[in-house]
Each structure stands twice: as C-alpha cells, then as structure tokens.
Design a protein around this ligand. Sequence first.
Ligand SMILES: Cc1cc2nc3c(=O)[nH]c(=O)nc-3n(C[C@H](O)[C@H](O)[C@H](O)COP(=O)(O)OP(=O)(O)OC[C@H]3O[C@@H](n4cnc5c(N)ncnc54)[C@H](O)[C@@H]3O)c2cc1C
Length: 510
Amino acid sequence: MFTVEERRRAMPAMLRAKSQERVVILGAGAAGLLAALMLAGENRAIIILERDPSPPEDAADYDGAFEHWHRRGVGQLRHSHAFLARLVNIIRAHHPALIDQLIAAGCREMTLADLLPSTLKDRYTSEPGDAELSILMSRRVTFELVLRRYVLGLGGVTLRSGAFVTGYMIAPGDPPRVSGVTLESGETVGADLVVDAGGRTAQTAEWLAGTGVVLPQSGEPAGILYYTRHWTLKPGQTPPPRNGSPGAGDLGYLKFGLFEADNGWFSVTLAVPEVETELRAAIVKPETFDAICHALPGVAPWIDPERAAPASKVFAMGDLSSRWRRMVSGGKPLVENLYLIGDGLIRSNPLYGRGTSFAAIEAELLARALVAGHDPAARALLYDSWVEQALRPFYDDMIGQDRSAIARAEAARVGARGSLRGQLVRSFIRDGAGVAVRDDLPAFRAALRAFHMLDKPRAWLTEPRHMGVVLKTWARGKRRNAHLYPGRMGPDRTEMLDLLGLHNEVSAAA
Ligand SMILES: Cc1cc2nc3c(=O)[nH]c(=O)nc-3n(C[C@H](O)[C@H](O)[C@H](O)COP(=O)(O)OP(=O)(O)OC[C@H]3O[C@@H](n4cnc5c(N)ncnc54)[C@H](O)[C@@H]3O)c2cc1C
C-alpha cells in the first residue's frame, strides 16, 4: 500500500536509527504512557501521538491542570481514581523513581496499616509481604501529569500533542501488516510496530474494517452511571476522625466512595444504577449531590462547610461497560505489528478501580513478548495468551459481580427481596466473608491481596484456613458479631428519595 520510500519519508529522522525498533504509540493517556514506560530503552525509538493539547503553562501546581487542561480524548479525566497495589508494584519494580516523584507531587501513599478497619487496628503487626499492599490516591490529572513528565525524560521517547490519528497504514496479506499510522493532517508516520492506546473510543475496529478483519469481542453493560464532585480542605483543616461508618459502600440503589487525593483535595463518587432514572436526573444538581453526601454518615463530616469547600461541579459519565477484544482467532494473529493496550483492548467497570492496573499489566506483558523474539506472529500470540492468563479471572469475576448488582438494583427499585439463593449468597458475602475480614488479620490480608490483583480473585476463599474462619464467623450469627459490623452506611431507598423530595415511582404506583 505504501512504498518503502514513502514510509521512509513519513518517518522522523530520529526514528531511522538503524538498529532501533520504531514504535508508534497512539494516545498519551494512562495506557499509552505506561506502554512507553515499559518499552523505552536503547533498542527502541518511541513516538507517542496524542490528539489533545499539551498541559497548560500553569500545570506545574496541578490545580492549574485540573482547572484548565482540556482533554476531549479522556472523558474520565476528572472522575475519582485510585491506583491499586498491583499498579504501584509494577511501577516500583521498573521505575522506583517515578513512585518518589508521584509522592513528591502530593499523591498519597496508603499502606496496609492505613487501610485496616478499626476492628483490626490494635492487633496489627507488620509482615514482610505487607509492603506490597500500598496504594496511591490522587486526582487522575496529577497522576497523569507526573507520569507524562517522567516518560518524556526517558531516552528515545517523544510526544506530539495535537496529532489526531485517523487510521493505520496497512499492507494487505494474510494476515495484514500494520506499518504506521496516518494523521488528520494527511501526514503519515511509519513504524515497525504500532501500539494502539486510544482508550474507550479507540477506532480500531473501524480502521480494520476495510481489510476484512473483524476483531472478536464480548462485553456487558456495567449497569451504572458515575457522578463525581471534588472538594478541598480549607486552610488549617484536616480530614475528620473516622466515625466507624464506611467511606465507601453499596446501598443497592446507590454505591458511594470517598477518595482522598493529592494536595488537600478529595472527591466523592456516587454510582447510580441505570434503572434509577429519577435519581440519575436529579443527582447532577450540586444541591442534590451534596444532600445525598450529607445523608451518608461516613462522608458527611468530610464535606462539612467548616472543613471543606466544593472545588468542582458534578461531573457525570455514562456509557460504562465492560468489553474484551482479541487480536487472535483460531490460534492465528488477525493483524501483525499492531498491539492494543488499555481500554481499547479490555474495558472494565470503573467501580473496581482496575483500569490502569490492567493497562500496566498489559504493558509489562507486551514488553516481555517483544523481547521474546522478532517474529511478529509469535509476538502477537504470546501477548494474547499472557493477557488472557493474567486478566481473564479478574474480568470474569467482575462480570459475575456486575450481573448480580444489576439484579439487586432492580429488586431494590421494586421493593423485592430477590431469590432465596441470591439472599443466601449475599448473606455469606456480607455476614460471613465481610465480617470475618474485619476480625481476622490473615483473612483481611488475603482478601485485600485479591482485591488489589496480587492474587487471583477469591483465591483466598479456596484456602481451607480462611474458609473455616468465614464459615465460623457466619455461623456465629449477626447478634454475636454485632461489634464487628461497620457503622451505619446510609438511608434506605425510600428514606433517601423522601429526603431528596423525589417521587418514589414504584411505591407511588403500588
Ligand atoms: C469514570 C471512570 C473512573 C475510573 N476510575 C478508575 C480508577 O479509580 N482506577 C483505575 O485504575 N482506573 C479507573 N478507570 C479506568 C481508567 O481511567 C482507564 O482504564 C485508563 O485511563 C485506560 O487508559 P487508556 O490509555 O486506555 O485510555 P485513556 O486514558 O482514556 O487515554 C486514551 C488516549 O488516547 C487519545 N486518543 C484517542 N484517540 C486518538 C486518536 N485518534 N489520535 C490520537 N490520540 C487519540 C486520547 O486523547 C487519550 O489521551 C476509570 C474509568 C472511568 C470511565
């Protein structure tokens, strides 16, 4: 499709160094930057092409970037993000200096000791593996800016902002081979391999359509919409003491989470089931959003006007779904020299906070597949099978949980109790496993390792010791375990709708 000379001219001079592999990364979001972080090295020249503009001049203080950095390509930029232990460990293993820079920028490192429930605090003694359970909390903008600056300081990496990619350069064949990308300006950028990190709206399928390649994919709705508002602590104020009520929880008709972030900022995210149409419409109003927060005992003290001031509007985000794409079918790659990474490959429900960890794992596996050999087909097969092994258990577990959350939300809306089996499973999770991990340090550690993707999901429950603890706790019953439950989470649906002055559609109809 393109001659060698055309490819050569399309390539920046620095990318032509003979022994180097030329890599084009499409997108400087989380996955594109993590890919550059893992792939940068002497043998590669990397050019990142990003449609959005560079951060503004006043981005140095992070608040300027939060306010003024317009990123049409990243709809979730101003939604709460938490960075799981698996992501932190991957960064620390390869680039410990980046962790130092994130912390210096104000990102909060929370250790296992910080994450312990009040019921275990007095009994905690550290163990060697506990260092693996640290997480990072910050605004997504802050995390991304620090990561971006760090990546640009690595040798051989360049980034072009305002470079809108409109397609791949593809040579037909069986399978077709990608040899670069085309830009909106008409320019072409040649490459030995292209890493597409275009995010949730990546155009991969459309761009491949002309070659007859159809990527197999499966997906499901997450069943929720996301609403986030930010606050800053007022001068001289500190976070409130814990009052026993959780800062995150699931009320059936509403999920909520409080995210401590960098530099005195924090945010609250409310996730509303799609079926709650009235609540969804009302919640974007700051006064409704705040009224809900004031009704949640674990959140209310944070947004006390004496302590904190609102620092943003309510950001809303819909079209949340899970999706898994594959680049391999029948044991053969569908395209060569093209690798998907991040949300363009696997999209997950944001409630689990796993998207950037998925991307980091994929970046690490891609780097391994590329050093394993130079044959494009072998590389593609390795990358596909390693991603499958590493991430499929987490993805499938999430799909299962999302399905039951959707069913529960519908039951809550119509005031139904749900099936007997569903009630039993929920009781086992809430009154057995959920209580046991608040009473038993080894079980808490093991459950947290699964949550943070250090061990397979639910692997801890297959260990006889932990299962024994959970069953014993469950059998003791709610009354004898009363001291182990967290404080009140929040009002039930009817109470909340009354409080907000919303019309309870289902009750009214009944
Ligand atoms: C509401 C919400 C909350 C989330 N919370 C968390 C969380 O707490 N923790 C967590 O780990 N993950 C979270 N995630 C997931 C996380 O944001 C994503 O998984 C992660 O950003 C994926 O990175 P990405 O690079 O694939 O996509 P993005 O970060 O969206 O980046 C895609 C990039 O590609 C660029 N681009 C797209 N098309 C083109 C083009 N044609 N030409 C040039 N550039 C292009 C875009 O401008 C953008 O910069 C959340 C997601 C959502 C939606």
